[in-house]
Design a protein around this ligand. Sequence first.
Ligand SMILES: Cc1cc2nc3c(=O)[nH]c(=O)nc-3n(C[C@H](O)[C@H](O)[C@H](O)COP(=O)(O)OP(=O)(O)OC[C@H]3O[C@@H](n4cnc5c(N)ncnc54)[C@H](O)[C@@H]3O)c2cc1C
Length: 367
Amino acid sequence: MSLEKSDWEVIVIGGGPAGSTTARYIAEGGREVLVIDRRDPIGSPLQCGELVPTNDEMRRLCPNVPDIDDLLQTPAHAISRETTEMFIVPPSGKPLKYPFDGYMLDRVAHDEALVELAKEKGATYLTDSRVTTVEGNTVHLKDGRRLTGKIIVGAGGHNDPLRKAYWNESSLKIPIKFVLMDGDYGDAVELHFGSMAPGGYAWMFPKGNGANIGLGVQKKFCKEKNLNQLTDDFIQRYGGEVTFTGAGSLPMSGTIRTFVKGNYVLVGDAAGMVLPSNGAGITIAMVGGRIAGQVIVEHLNDGTPLNQYERRWKQQMGRVMKNSKRAFKLGSALLRMPDWFINLVFNRFTKPFVWRSITCRNLFFIF
Ligand SMILES: Cc1cc2nc3c(=O)[nH]c(=O)nc-3n(C[C@H](O)[C@H](O)[C@H](O)COP(=O)(O)OP(=O)(O)OC[C@H]3O[C@@H](n4cnc5c(N)ncnc54)[C@H](O)[C@@H]3O)c2cc1C
């Protein structure tokens, strides 16, 4: 569809995993959709730890999400390495070891593939174009252009302009710094908890070549060192050569109360679709994007209310998100404690509970 066109059925702000997945399903349903993104190319520069569960692991983690293989079609060239083990590491350095089937992505290639998939289905993209405001059905771009959409989707991440203007609900945001480092770091992905990352966690995720290493904190817990110093300390443990440095911010309060207001719809980080107990947001944004896209198509076809999107989200992800929020609250209380206490808590008896918290299951095996 032509970029000269100014009047669209659906405009999606942001072409990350949430926006591109929403657009893919809208286009697949035969409706017209324009995705506007301030970046060009979308997905660059990298802002990610790049770890996602494999499709089989996703089925175990999110058992109510249907048709995972249709949703998550990660191409081989976007997978840097597969992993089968996760180490949860307390300050003592003695890890609790768990089986975990994950993909270490080349995240930039991953997001580009999502854009290509949506385009193949018929979505149109306008890149290098920042949305400044949305008024009624009109989307204003920084360069002065105005475009209209019957439905407007905010998929612009944690600073989404639609969310900022029309949702009066704040989310806890965790600042993150990370690096890519050369070297060989074994097979297991590592999550570290304790004073090295106050209120958050640090990670070392081995890639096909080198590793992605980073750290996120809750600022109010950082008394002695700031994020930069903490990150420097943590990456020094690994000793390789840093080839890339990045930073970002993650919403960690879980989903907000409503995703729909009139003809405005939020999806992905903009709606808080990150599991706070482990920081997973890529596949979760895509789960939200598929539901949003499908409901928007039904709405345009037969008037299905847009808030069906919230109902279906709750059916598919409600319990996982609730468990994850609860685990994050418990974890935040625990992570205020001194390292010696955290070392005591992470032991072979608590091992199953630690895993159930991190993977968003009910702590007491009722799930
Ligand atoms: C440092 C870091 C590490 C992470 N590690 C992991 C991980 O290992 N695994 C995992 O699953 N998740 C991880 N996450 C979370 C994950 O990256 C997000 O949850 C996911 O990207 C959400 O997708 P999204 O499409 O909602 O938002 P984004 O991926 O943020 O996409 C938003 C898009 O909107 C565009 N945009 C924003 N504002 C505007 C505007 N005004 N106008 C036009 N376009 C706009 C942006 O350019 C961007 O392309 C990490 C996040 C960070 C910050």
